[in-house]
Design a binder for this molecule. Structure first.
Ligand code: NAD
Length: 306
């Protein structure tokens, strides 16, 4: 297995590196990451080729693509609120960066590219569950950038015959997802507050829902896609149709931690969607053996890592 992973020092990327090395100890893995949000400590000591650099450096991406059988393109500036505060860097990294990765794959004859899109592309569409055939209306620059990411990937299949697969991730959680920055995701933020005895800050009423997906399951799907060179002319939701409100998540955390947690409500966040739940029809068709990890099991593994 010869794979270039962009963003491989980040949360999902470093879990993926470990997952592949466990399964294929002789795998040839290259990681390209600018360490803007990723951490070297996530991948230190692992038998991979790490390059600190940017996906905006086309020649570097092209060199790293050479000889690879697949590219898993995870590098991006994540987070809805970060993109609302800083739209231009989000545009450059997520849209121009994706174009660079696809161009590099095309020029080097790399057969297969998987890109990371997001449930944020559905935006203001209230339909539930969210099917890949529903219309999309991103509500944030981040959502727009992910729509462009998947749009480019699919267009490269039609235009150049590159085998591409655009996964729409829904709230992914698990070990190595950090809480120590302003734009942290909700599960590490809640865990960090809970374990240090601070109140959990809930934006709005807490009835907003998310389709939380365990990172191990995401890695399993990506590796299966690499193995079988799965590609698709439609984006693919990578989530299982669970619909957990933040209040229900807090209840589950209270059970797992055996404590009563204090909650503080603050204003709803600009650009946040109210409800998110995937329709899994395409996922089940392409990955018939993939099974979800129950929230309580995934939270247990995440708490153990914290
Ligand atoms: P992350 O921030 O931990 O990982 C992204 C990585 O990309 C980081 O290591 C960062 O340093 C790197 N990076 C950023 N800009 C770069 C650049 N210009 N050149 C090279 N490296 C760069 O985030 P994550 O949660 O692991 O997300 C991985 C991918 O999945 C992203 O594309 C994200 O948009 C997408 N996604 C994540 C979620 C989620 O719930 N975590 C949901 C939907 C989509």
């Amino acid at each position: 297995m010869k794979v270039l992973i962009t963003g491989g020092a980040g949360f999902i990327g470093s879990n993926l590196v470990r997952y592949i090395l466990n399964r294929y100890p002789g795998a040839e893995l290259r990681v390209l990451d600018d360490l803007s949000t990723g951490r070297l400590s996530n991948i230190e000591g692992l038998p991979i080729q790490f390059t600190r650099g940017s996906i905006l450096d086309f020649e570097l991406v092209r060199d790293l693509c050479t000889g690879m059988e697949s590219v898993v393109h995870l590098a991006a500036i994540g987070s809805v609120p970060r993109s609302v505060a800083h739209p231009r860097p989000t545009h450059e990294a997520n849209i121009s960066g994706t174009l660079n990765v696809l161009e590099a794959a095309r020029e080097t004859g790399t057969a297969h590219v998987i890109v990371a899109s997001s449930s944020s592309v559905y935006g203001s569409n209230p339909a539930l569950p969210k099917s890949e055939f529903d219309w999309t209306r991103p509500m944030s620059p981040y959502g727009v950038s992910k729509q462009a990411t998947e749009g480019y990937a699919i267009a490269y299949n039609f235009s150049y015959g590159l085998k591409t697969l655009a996964f729409r991730f829904f709230n992914v959680y698990g070990p190595r997802q950090l809480a120590d920055h302003d734009y942290a995701a909700v599960i590490p933020k809640f865990l960090d507050a809970a374990l240090s005895g601070r109140p959990l800050v809930v934006h709005g009423d807490g009835q907003q829902s998310r389709d939380f997906t365990y990172v191990g399951t995401v890695c399993e799907a990506i590796v299966d896609a690499i193995d079988r060179k799965v590609h698709s002319k439609d984006p693919v939701n990578l989530a299982f149709g669970t619909n957990t409100t933040l209040i229900a998540l807090i209840d589950e955390l209270e059970r797992k931690l055996s404590v009563e947690l204090r909650i503080e409500h603050s204003d709803p966040r600009v650009g946040d969607v109210r409800a998110s739940q995937a329709d899994g029809v395409i996922l089940r068709k392409l990955f018939p053996t993939l099974r979800p990890t129950p929230l309580s099991v995934g939270l247990g593994a995440t708490i153990d890592w914290f």
